[in-house]
Design a protein around this ligand. Structure first.
Ligand code: ZN
Length: 114
């Protein structure tokens, strides 16, 4: 595989953070689905499931925005993309970054952020 085609998240050893975030969002989706099923069967656990799903998704998002960093300047790149790009495309633009939008250094050649 061409190294240039590898996402910088993988190249800088931060790919696992993406999978943890996906697992967290998947878990919140399951909780929201359970809330709907609970509503259909009486609804006595609806609020608990929605509260847990909401907490899990907010916690996952908050964690993900702070842990993915530029290997050079340690800026919070997910947060940067969320706040500066359209909400429909920030994930794609984040994955496709070549250079850090703040310090301008190439991300793929970077090392793990400290
Ligand atoms: Zn940077």
């Amino acid at each position: 595989m061409n190294p240039a085609a590898t996402s910088w998240l993988i190249a800088t050893g931060q790919g696992w953070k993406l999978y943890v975030a996906l697992a967290g969002f998947g878990g919140s989706l399951v909780l929201f689905s359970l809330a709907l099923f609970s509503l259909a069967s009486g609804g006595n656990r609806f609020v608990a499931f929605v509260a847990c799903g909401g907490f899990l998704s907010v916690a996952t998002f908050g964690w993900f925005t702070t842990v993915v960093r530029c290997p050079h300047c340690a800026s919070r790149l997910v947060w940067r993309m969320v706040t500066t790009r359209p909400h429909s495309s920030w994930v794609i633009e984040l994955a496709a970054l070549d250079c850090c939008p703040l310090c301008g250094k190439a991300l793929v050649t970077g090392r793990r952020p400290q």
